[in-house]
Design a protein around this ligand. Structure first.
Ligand code: URP
Ligand code: ZN
Ligand code: ZN
Length: 453
């Protein structure tokens, strides 16, 4: 393959933007500057050149609540590619009695040969035996240095002692733990009381998980991490209350990292009132929140207390959601999102002056790449993988299902008008999407073995 010169674009970095040409050779960024020459040339005048997004939270083909999320690694990474996401980090969830090695190997069988973009894996521990404890150092050394503990979901949740042990062992071997922070007991009690009172509709899902359900679990996880001498990464943070606790921990010097998602920045819990079971589209955990939570999270992104933006892409069709007709607790939790990270952040964040373009690049690419040990990713910089988004900042469109690629058949962001779209995406120098058309192939993405964190 010859070299490619991307000419006339504006390169965005965490330190600022500059008009410059980018030379891509052998899958990496060879040079950035003026007056460069390449075998082929692509005119990017008027376009932003962003580092490919690193979506560190997806669930492709994930078993959940008796069904499986409807985008497999092929469908889901097509969504990622159209959204300008060049790397995902998905979750291999340990089945009861399974080893971590087998858990990871099975997930790789699901993904290899299907992925359009690069991918890594976290492993979620659900059954901590002594054998599994013993596997943690080797798992880290084998390129899977990040572990997840669910603090909720019956069957997947771990108890506090398990979380504490995983925090200690992972951190002392160069790994890190992420938590889904919601209090299982408060949710179970709330769900039972609501159902007993005949409150079975999708809107009652949100009622069963008020903001203190998240905040309590965040507080507990922070305390356990501090006592274990470990870093902690809180996934899909949704509340102002949770963020306050994280900020307080950060102020006292604890390394507590927070991720949020587009849905917790722009969609409110009023969505659950959509008629005819429409509220089921938004049944996810944690649930959608209030405008005041959105504003707190936007401020957290701007002030650095929130480090990353990820999608929590976990789509189900309406047919699947109907498993919970008559009982909201049986609606599979999750929604599509990997395709909308960049347009939501750009349009609602940068253009509305809530965050700068530099901060967008940090939270979408540079920070997740650094935090998750993806050293060749996350920046348009000589020597890095040529994972580049050619982003049209003037393109106006609407985040409707007909524009997006998930197999869910709906978009929770339906009707949201945005400006800015990923027009093309290169992964390691090869186009996956070119001028709005899919040109990559299934299996061209590769598993990235990540370094210690
Ligand atoms: O509702 C959600 N978020 N589904 C995906 C699984 C998880 O909790 O991240
Ligand atoms: Zn979760
Ligand atoms: Zn998730």
């Amino acid at each position: 393959m010859g070299s490619l010169l991307i000419k006339g674009g504006t390169v965005a970095t965490p330190l600022g933007t500059m008009k410059a040409d980018v030379l891509v050779r052998n899958g990496t960024i060879a040079a950035i500057g003026q007056g460069l020459a390449g075998d082929e040339m692509l005119d990017a005048s008027g376009k932003l050149l962003l580092p490919g997004g690193v979506d560190a939270h997806t669930h492709m083909a994930m078993p959940f609540g008796g069904t499986v999320s409807c985008d497999d690694f092929s469908d889901g990474t097509v969504c990622s590619a159209f959204g300008g996401v060049s790397t995902i980090v998905d979750f291999a969830i340990q089945g009861k009695g399974r080893s971590l090695a087998e858990t990871i190997a099975r997930k790789r069988l699901d993904a290899d040969g299907k992925v359009y973009v690069d991918y890594g894996l976290h492993v979620a521990i659900t059954d901590l035996t002594e054998a599994v404890m013993g596997e943690i150092p080797a798992t880290i050394a084998a390129g899977v240095p990040t572990f997840k503990c669910f603090m909720t979901y019956p069957g997947m949740a771990v108890d506090d002692y398990t979380l504490f042990r995983v925090l200690k062992t992972a951190s002392s071997n160069g790994g890190r733990v992420s938590v889904h922070a919601e209090n299982l007991s408060l949710i179970s009690g709330g769900v039972a009381a609501l159902l007993a009172a005949g409150k079975t509709e999708p809107r009652h899902h949100a009622e069963s998980r008020p903001d203190y359900v998240e905040a309590e679990a965040v507080a507990r996880a922070i305390l356990l991490a501090e006592e274990a001498g470990a870093e902690l990464y809180v996934v899909h943070l949704s509340t102002a209350k949770g963020l306050e606790l994280i900020k307080a921990a950060q102020r006292r010097g604890s390394r507590i990292l927070a991720e949020t998602c587009p849905q917790y920045l722009v969609l409110t819990d009023a969505k659950y009132d959509e008629p005819d079971f429409g509220g089921a589209k938004y049944v996810m955990s944690p649930p959608l929140r209030k405008p005041a939570d959105h504003e707190a999270l936007w401020k957290g992104i701007a002030d650095g207390s929130v480090s990353t933006l990820a999608s929590d892409h976990c789509p189900f069709t309406m047919e699947q959601k109907k498993m919970g007709l008559g009982d909201f607790s049986k609606i599979p939790n999750g929604a599509p999102g990997t395709e909308v990270i960049l347009p939501v952040l750009y349009s609602e964040g940068v253009l509305k002056k809530r965050i700068t373009l530099e901060r967008l690049v940090e939270v979408v690419s540079a920070n997740p790449a650094r935090i998750f040990g993806l050293s060749s990713k996350g920046a348009v910089e000589p020597g890095k993988d040529a994972d580049i988004v050619i982003f049209d900042p003037s393109r106006e469109w609407s985040l409707d299902a007909k524009e997006l690629h998930t197999k869910a058949g709906f978009s929770p962001f339906e009707g949201l008008k945005v400006r800015g779209k990923a027009e093309s995406l290169l992964v390691r120098g090869a186009f996956v999407v070119k001028a709005g058309r899919l040109v990559g192939s299934a299996g061209a993405g590769k598993f990235i073995s990540r370094s210690k964190v």
